[in-house]
Design a binder for this molecule. Structure first.
Ligand SMILES: [Fe+2]
Ligand SMILES: [Fe+2]
Length: 296
């Protein structure tokens, strides 16, 4: 299988908190990392303003000169006040996002060796994202069943051996410092994400990087932020993810303020488990008449 390299940014938060010196360094550094794709997992803006979207769009256009790009909206990119609880439908929530990034909120990007599918977890003030904590209103997200069903259908059609990658905004695992989940019903979402056949989920929102494997199979990689709003005032981090036939490696790059550059920091490596190939023999659909080919 081809090795696939994905540059993963999140939470650039254009507006007063964006760290332009860091973003300039990433643009300079990115070609040397030779990514096959660049993803930005939401919170492009701070207040969903046109000027902020314009800056984010310009960044992604420049990154697309390096590799194909994919973006999904985060909770800060949703005009939640325009249609709380969907009283005016969902269209007003994403009016500005769509104006700059196109109608498709959940794009799919195919590169050699991988299918990268966006998923929508930012729904503004909606019933599925509500918790008993008032602080969570318009902050927490949720992953509807229709989204995981759609992802499964995409991954079922993917070529055997291709890496199946989900890009969504809200963190699927709790942050190491915040201990907060990004999703309102995280266990259910984790279970359904695992059932899609995905190898990897790329997410953000917590403003602290992380990488773990769920149930020994689904790798979850969280990117930090290129804004001043890092968790615990830690250094900003972006992630470089490399997927091959046997493993998924997440390399964090950490901002070094004195030298104004990103340096390699922690790396996490996880086994990748490809589904067992199954060959049908005489007997058609009879599952007892199937054999698994011997390993060579
Ligand atoms: Fe954010
Ligand atoms: Fe967020």
């Amino acid at each position: 299988m081809t090795t696939v390299r994905i540059l993963h940014l999140s939470d650039v938060h254009f507006g007063v908190d964006a760290q332009l010196d860091q973003l300039e360094q990433i643009e300079l550094f990115a070609p040397k990392l030779e990514p096959d794709a660049v993803v930005l997992s939401g919170d492009l803006t701070q207040r969903a303003r046109h000027g902020e979207f314009q800056a984010a769009h310009a960044l992604m256009r420049r990154m697309s000169q390096i590799a194909p790009t994919l973006t999904v909206p985060g909770n800060h990119d949703v005009q939640w006040w325009a249609s709380p609880f969907g009283i005016r439908g969902t269209r007003p929530l994403f009016r500005k996002y769509r104006q700059w990034f196109g109608d498709e909120l959940t794009p799919t990007l195919e590169v050699e060796g991988a299918v990268i599918a966006g998923a929508l977890s930012a729904h503004g003030v909606s019933r599925g994202s509500l918790t008993w904590n008032l602080r969570d209103i318009a902050v927490k997200g949720h992953l509807p069943v229709s989204e995981t069903d759609r992802l499964k259908a995409i991954f079922d059609r993917a070529k055997p051996g291709a890496a199946r990658v989900v890009v969504m905004h809200h963190n699927v695992l709790p942050g190491a410092i915040s201990r907060r989940m990004g999703l309102a019903d995280p266990e259910d979402a984790q279970r359904r994400l695992s059932a899609t056949g995905a190898d990897l989920v790329l997410c953000g929102h917590d403003h602290q990087e992380g990488a773990e494997q769920l149930d020994g199979r689904l790798t979850i990689s969280t990117s930090s932020t290129q804004s001043s709003r890092t968790r615990g005032r830690r250094a900003s981090v972006f992630n470089m993810v490399e997927i091959d036939a046997d493993s998924i490696q997440v390399q964090h790059f950490s901002w070094d303020r004195p030298t104004c550059r990103f340096n390699p920091a922690d790396t996490a490596s996880f086994p990748r488990h490809l589904p067992e190939p199954v060959v049908s023999v005489a007997g058609g659909d009879d599952p007892d008449a199937r054999v698994t080919p011997p390993e060579d």
